[in-house]
Design a protein around this ligand. Structure first.
Ligand code: ADP
Ligand code: ZN
Length: 213
């Protein structure tokens, strides 16, 4: 599959992407995961991105396009890719369009996961993430078997720095201002698939149907 996953923070992009990769071997490319790994490793990229991330603001388009230009050239993308958290602004969407055209790659769709704001807020405040593999848990609905420890890799499961109440509210504002317009962009491109995303299973089924598998 070659898809973009759109939707507010907490809409379930990461969960859905992980379910889809298991179906056909496409890779999940999460700019958030790439950036968090860079911050953790203390690389140049991490240093540049850290402050914006902590505040719930966006990292610059140039930095993101640099990362994605390289990432999409890697061999594993031949099996397909699920873009999770990218593009996030109209300039990123325009740049991605140019990049894919140059590479001769055609997208199959941009999936918009629609989730009510109350659900988003509840999910984000109860969400926990594995620092090592990025696996996502929820203290209420899907806790790890052993508290604070990832079922998949044994890494620490923690609340992200940007999942304080203040940063969450900032991320939702940023989303509404900068990312929500992408729905219109992809609608014009004839690529939009809009889904009421209350359950990940429903979303995955709709996507499978859309790409014909
Ligand atoms: P979310 O749960 O908000 O979808 P992500 O893990 O996708 O979180 O992203 C975490 C943070 O990383 C964002 O708040 C932002 O600072 C930065 N980031 C991730 N992807 C992008 C992007 N495409 N453009 C700019 N900043 C990004
Ligand atoms: Zn893990």
């Amino acid at each position: 599959m070659r898809l973009i996953l759109l939707g507010a923070p907490g809409a379930g992009k990461g969960t859905v992407a992980k379910m889809l990769t298991a179906i056909d071997g496409s890779v999940q490319i999460s700019t958030g995961d790439i950036l968090r790994a860079a911050v953790k490793a203390g690389t140049e990229l991490g240093k540049k991105a850290e402050a914006a991330m902590k505040a719930g603001e966006l990292v610059s388009d140039d930095l993101i396009m640099g990362i994605m230009g390289e990432r999409l050239k890697e061999d594993d993308c031949q099996a397909g890719f699920l873009l999770d958290g990218f593009p996030r602004t109209i300039p990123q969407a325009e740049a991605l369009k140019g990049l894919l055209e140059k590479m001769g790659i055609e997208l199959q769709g941009a999936v918009n996961l629609n989730v009510p704001r109350e659900v988003i807020l509840d999910r984000l405040t109860t969400r926990r993430t594995c620092v090592d593999c990025g696996a996502i848990y929820n203290v209420k609905s899907n806790p790890p078997k052993e508290e604070g420890k990832c079922d998949a890799c044994g890494g620490s499961v923690v609340q992200r720095d940007d999942e304080t109440k203040e940063a969450i509210s900032k991320r939702l504002d940023v989303f509404n201002e900068q990312t929500a317009p992408l729905v219109g962009f992809y609608d014009k491109e004839g690529l939009l698939l809009d889904i009421e995303a209350t359950s990940s299973d429903v979303v995955v089924d709709a996507i499978k149907k859309h790409v014909g598998i």
